[in-house]
Design a protein around this ligand. Structure first.
Ligand SMILES: Nc1ncnc2c1ncn2[C@@H]1O[C@H](COP(=O)(O)OP(=O)(O)OP(=O)(O)O)[C@@H](O)[C@H]1O
Length: 250
C-alpha cells in the first residue's frame, strides 16, 4: 500500500485523525485481516473523536472556568443539599437545550462555583459555547466597555453564548448602571439561552439586591421563571480541606 502518499493526502486535507488512525492501523499486524469497510469505519471514527476533542478543548479554553471541576468528580457526601438525581439530570445538558436557567445558592464555600464550573465543563463537552464570569468583575468590565465603545460588542458576545455562568452575585446592591446591564443580559437570553447564577444570598433576597422594584421585577421574572434551583447548605468545604491538610488520613 502507498502509505506515505496516503498519509500526505490525509494531512493536506486536514484529516489528521484519519492520518493518525491510518498510521496506528498500519502498525498493527492484525489490522490486515480487516475488511476495507472496517478500515474506513475505524479511520472515520478516529477523525470524529479527534475533532470532538479539539472542539471541546477550544470551548473549554474560551469558557475560562474558575475551577478545573468535572461532574464525574462531584463528592455528593461533601456537598449538603445537592440532589444527586437532579444534578445528574442537569449534567446531561437537556436544560441548556431547553433554554432553562439554574440558580445555585448557599453559604460561603459550600461549592457553588465548583458545581457551576463542573456543569460548564460538561456543557463544553456537549459542544455548547460557555463563558464563566464573576458578577462584580463582569459589571466592572461592562462599565469600562461603556466608556471605550466596546459595550455593544461585549453584550452581543455574551448574548450569543449557549451558557453564561454568573458566579458570586451579591451581597453588594447594584447601582443604576449595573441594574440596566444585568437587565440587558437577562433580557437577551430570555427563552433563548441559559444562565447559571450563583449567590450566597437566597433567591428571595435578590429583589432587594437589585434595588429598583420595576427593574427587579423585570430581571427576576426572566431569570427565575423556568429555573432549576440548588440550595446548598452546611459548612465551608475550604475548612474541611484545611483540616484534611492539617490532619491527613494515616
Ligand atoms: N463537589 C465538590 N467536590 C469536590 N470539591 C469541592 C466540591 N465543591 C467544592 N469543592 C471544593 O471546595 C472549595 C470551595 O468551593 P467553591 O469555591 O465552589 O465555594 P462557593 O460556595 O462558590 O464559595 P463562595 O461563596 O465563597 O464563592 C473549592 O476550592 C473546591 O476545591
Amino acid at each position: 500500500m502507498l502509505i506515505h502518499p496516503t498519509l500526505d493526502l490525509l494531512t493536506s486535507l486536514g484529516l489528521h485523525g484519519m492520518a493518525k488512525g491510518f498510521r496506528d492501523l498500519e502498525a498493527q499486524p492484525e489490522a490486515s485481516r480487516l475488511e476495507h469497510a472496517e478500515w474506513l469505519a475505524l479511520l472515520l471514527e478516529q477523525e470524529k473523536t479527534q475533532r470532538q476533542q479539539k472542539r471541546f478543548e477550544s470551548r473549554a479554553r474560551a469558557a475560562r472556568l474558575r475551577h478545573a471541576a468535572s461532574v464525574e468528580d462531584v463528592d455528593y457526601r461533601a456537598v449538603r443539599g445537592l440532589d444527586r438525581a437532579l444534578f445528574l439530570k442537569l449534567a446531561a445538558g437537556d436544560w441548556i437545550r431547553s433554554r432553562h436557567n439554574l440558580l445555585i445558592t448557599g453559604p460561603c464555600g459550600v461549592g457553588k462555583s465548583w458545581l457551576s464550573c463542573a456543569l460548564g465543563h460538561k456543557a463544553c463537552r456537549e459542544d455548547f459555547s460557555v463563558a464563566y464570569h464573576r458578577v462584580p468583575r463582569l459589571l466592572a468590565a461592562l462599565a469600562l466597555a461603556r466608556g471605550d465603545g466596546r459595550y455593544t460588542r461585549m453584550l452581543r458576545a455574551i448574548a450569543r453564548l449557549d451558557l453564561l455562568i454568573l458566579d458570586d452575585w451579591g451581597p453588594e446592591p447594584l447601582d443604576a448602571e449595573q441594574r440596566r446591564d444585568l437587565l440587558e443580559i437577562v433580557e437577551d437570553r430570555y427563552e433563548a439561552r441559559s444562565i447559571i447564577v450563583t449567590s450566597q444570598l437566597p433567591v428571595d433576597r435578590w429583589y432587594e439586591l437589585i434595588g429598583n422594584p420595576t427593574i427587579a421585577d423585570a430581571i427576576l421574572d426572566r431569570l427565575v421563571h423556568n429555573a432549576y434551583r440548588i440550595d446548598l447548605k452546611g459548612e465551608s468545604l475550604r475548612k474541611t480541606k484545611q483540616s484534611t491538610i492539617a490532619h491527613p488520613a494515616a
